[in-house]
Design a protein around this ligand. Structure first.
Ligand code: ADP
Ligand code: MG
Length: 341
């Protein structure tokens, strides 16, 4: 079994999770791991969140694709920020040959206005740009053109990784047609939504869920996985981020094995020259007991995540924080756990 659990090779990886669990970090690491030798991966964020540029320590991403990093094996990672207004201008250019009139629309603020009153349209525009970047061929032909894919040309990107909205909003974000139900029953926007829907529900797309080993994120992850599966979206992996370092785990095991007898603890500390007080020993014993309780809770939560029946990837908490080097370390972890281009 391949790491994504099916034989079809997914090319669109949607990364979601509860806010703050590490979606952006994991999306960057996943893109880096997928960018094997000679491969190009596009890392996408939406609506000017600008998390990716911080994590990779590059200039803020724009609405034009730029190379932002190299992959683990020397491939290329490109970055793109998708903004609904810019996507609309591009869409109008492409389909209505609006040319510079599109720029004028943009400057007049008409687009911001239009997308504010119809959030469903906003998501279709963002989804449309994702769709285009997944389907584009190496020579840059537009999706749907009679040439391009039909000639068996390779895609422009071997994979597209989307740093998606958090679990609380991702269902709506991905339900492009449901949101449009009352807005556009026919017409080009409707067709666009149907095409995006088809892509999202095809073997090309998987959704990865990032969680921490904490009660709320795990619950939210399991709920989201069930909901997405009900909506017939394919869950790729569950990523358990920020797990305690192996050395911390070992220390907790030592404590759990019974090294918390107050008298023994005091004796051992004194033997290495540390002066103890009863209050200090009491504090240490309590801290140790809490660590053991947390370890037990984490084990229960880990079982619950595994119980969801999808491949689980585990990433360590990096005490130095997240930057370009950390992203590479996490990418190497993903690769070691079977994430391959
Ligand atoms: N594996 C990790 N080790 C250490 N810090 C991490 C790790 N993953 C994420 N973080 C930190 O946690 C915070 C949230 O991560 P981020 O990727 O921005 O989450 P999200 O996109 O879900 O809001 C950031 O400060 C990030 O640097
Ligand atoms: Mg983020």
């Amino acid at each position: 079994m391949s790491w994504h659990g099916t034989d079809a090779e997914p090319r669109l990886h949607i990364v979601t999770g509860k806010g703050g669990t590490g979606k952006t970090t994991v999306a960057a690491a996943l893109a880096t791991a997928l960018a094997g030798e000679g491969r190009r991966v596009l890392l996408v964020e939406t609506e000017e969140r600008q998390g990716i540029s911080q994590v990779l320590d590059v200039a803020p991403l724009g609405t034009q694709e730029t190379e932002v990093s190299t992959g683990l094996d020397g491939g290329e990672v490109w970055g793109l920020s998708i903004v609904a207004g810019a996507a609309l201008v591009e869409y109008l250019r492409l389909f209505y040959r609006l040319g510079r009139a599109g720029d004028l629309l943009h400057r007049m603020g008409a687009i911001e206005f239009a997308t504010t009153i119809a959030p469903g349209v906003r998501d279709v525009l963002i989804g449309g740009k994702v769709y285009e970047s997944v389907r584009r061929t190496a020579s840059g032909r537009a999706p749907g053109s009679r040439r391009g894919r039909h000639l068996g040309e390779p895609p422009a990107y071997d994979a597209v990784v989307l740093d998606a909205p958090p679990t609380g909003r991702v269902g709506r974000f991905l339900d492009v047609t449901g949101q449009l139900a009352d807005l556009a029953r026919v017409g080009p926007i409707r067709n666009q939504a149907d095409a995006i829907r088809q892509l999202l529900h095809s073997g090309t797309t998987v959704v990865h869920l990032v969680t921490l080993l904490e009660q709320l994120p795990v619950q939210e992850t399991l709920d989201a996985a069930a909901e997405l599966e009900t909506d017939r979206l394919r869950i790729g992996t569950l990523v358990v981020n920020q797990t305690p370092d192996a050395s911390v785990r070992e220390d907790v095991e030592v404590v759990a094995a019974g090294e918390t007898d107050p008298a023994r603890l005091a004796e051992r500390l004194e033997s290495v020259g540390i002066r103890t007080s009863p209050a200090m020993i009491e504090g240490l014993v309590q801290t140790a007991a809490e660590a053991v309780t947390r370890r037990d809770l984490e084990a229960t939560l880990e079982d619950a995540v595994v119980g969801a029946g999808r491949p689980v990837l585990t990433l360590p908490h990096l005490p130095e924080g997240v930057g370009p080097d950390a992203v590479r370390r996490l990418a190497a972890e993903l690769a070691a756990q079977g994430v391959a281009p």
